[in-house]
Design a protein around this ligand. Sequence first.
Ligand SMILES: NC(=O)c1ccc[n+]([C@@H]2O[C@H](COP(=O)([O-])OP(=O)(O)OC[C@H]3O[C@@H](n4cnc5c(N)ncnc54)[C@H](O)[C@@H]3O)[C@@H](O)[C@H]2O)c1
Length: 436
Amino acid sequence: MTLQQLITERKAKVGIIGLGYVGLPLMRAFFKAGYPVIGYDVDPAKIEKIHKGENYLKHLGEDFIAEMSQADSFDATADFDRLGEADALLLCVPTPLGKHLEPDLSYVEVTTEAIAKTLRKGQLVVLESTTYPGTTRQVMQPVLEKTGLKCGEDFFLAYSPEREDPGRKNFNTQTIPKLVGGIGEEAGKMALELYAAAVSKAIPVSSAEVAESAKLLENIYRSVNIALVNEMKVVLDAMGIDIWEVVDAAATKPFGFQAFYPGPGLGGHCIPIDPYYLTWKAREVGHTTRFIELAGEVNHAMPDYVVNKTMLALNKNKKAVAASRILVLGLAYKPNVDDIRESPSFEIIEKLQELGGDVYYNDPHVPATHKMREYDLQMESVELTADTIKQYDCVVIATNHEAYDWQMIADNAQLVIDSRGALREVTGKRDHIVNA
Ligand SMILES: NC(=O)c1ccc[n+]([C@@H]2O[C@H](COP(=O)([O-])OP(=O)(O)OC[C@H]3O[C@@H](n4cnc5c(N)ncnc54)[C@H](O)[C@@H]3O)[C@@H](O)[C@H]2O)c1
């Protein structure tokens, strides 16, 4: 059977490489669409959990893997010699930044080398990881063609950016429209048909580069607009104007404005990282990306802004950070998930500790910290009750998880620094609440 027939008849075996925030839901989308699926990950602990039907990504719900793990049409493995089994291979591996904000494509490269070892005629390879324009053609294609097989004739190569937003309730992998751009017309067509069978809308674009660039534009747009509203926050706060009320007011305009909200800084594996992929690539064509770098500068200053506000508010209460017990609420970078990657909470905690503060954290989704690239806080989430909260000189709201009882927090805290507008609706006394 040709790849085309396998896709049309839902017999193509879909292999997902990298079973994290992106890969795991994607695997289930193809499973639900009736395709046989096989998941690959370098982490044997994840593979073991999958086989036992255990979900390691809490926000997806406990049963997310259970049904899939029982099915004959499903498998998961850490054995990369089995990459040849799949008819279509979708890469969802990390694309982080190096120390000097340069793209780290090592995961994409290693995975492509592994695919090349078992590449066979009729296989479709699609990169989903966020990256700079040209990665699919310039980095992946030559490695795959070293096998002697020809792209567009023997095998097919495409790019389809992942737009997953973990924790979002109104959209999921199946309902978020998917862009697809091929290296050559055939690859684009093949990948489009495959995705169209698993997601509600697959949109073709003329090349892999267009799809790669569109994904970057989406994330740069977010980074720039978040920076804009963070800058407005600082300015309006100095004027005694509430940024949250201002954004809501502006958002009543039915066109030409989209609401973005201020916060304690950027987090996650996308917005703080992806824009710099373009900054790096732009230098190759003699250009700078001033919007990206300015937005980065403004957003990166936010944890310091929150710490400074905390210092000043404690000072007003005749206290020093060095003599204070401080509770940070929320370690995850956004509400209702356990994702702590690049979370500004870590920088806030570390800075307060450097100033001598006795710092604690509570996060209902993150019971303890683990060693990360830049941080090893070795902390555990403390209990949060009306009684315990009274014992802190100051509470810093870093993440607005729905699980928090804001009224209880406002009623019992001595002083609250609110970087999320979380206490806007609480009633009663407010003079101990400071926006940051
Ligand atoms: N998290 C998001 O919300 C999101 C949204 C859109 C796009 N993306 C992009 O998707 C990509 C993946 O992000 P993620 O959040 O799923 O990352 P993740 O860290 O949650 O998952 C990556 C997975 O890949 C595995 N892995 C690492 N090296 C591997 C290798 N060589 N072979 C196979 N597996 C390997 C890891 O063990 C992990 O399970 C990134 O490029 C990211 O920018 C992420």
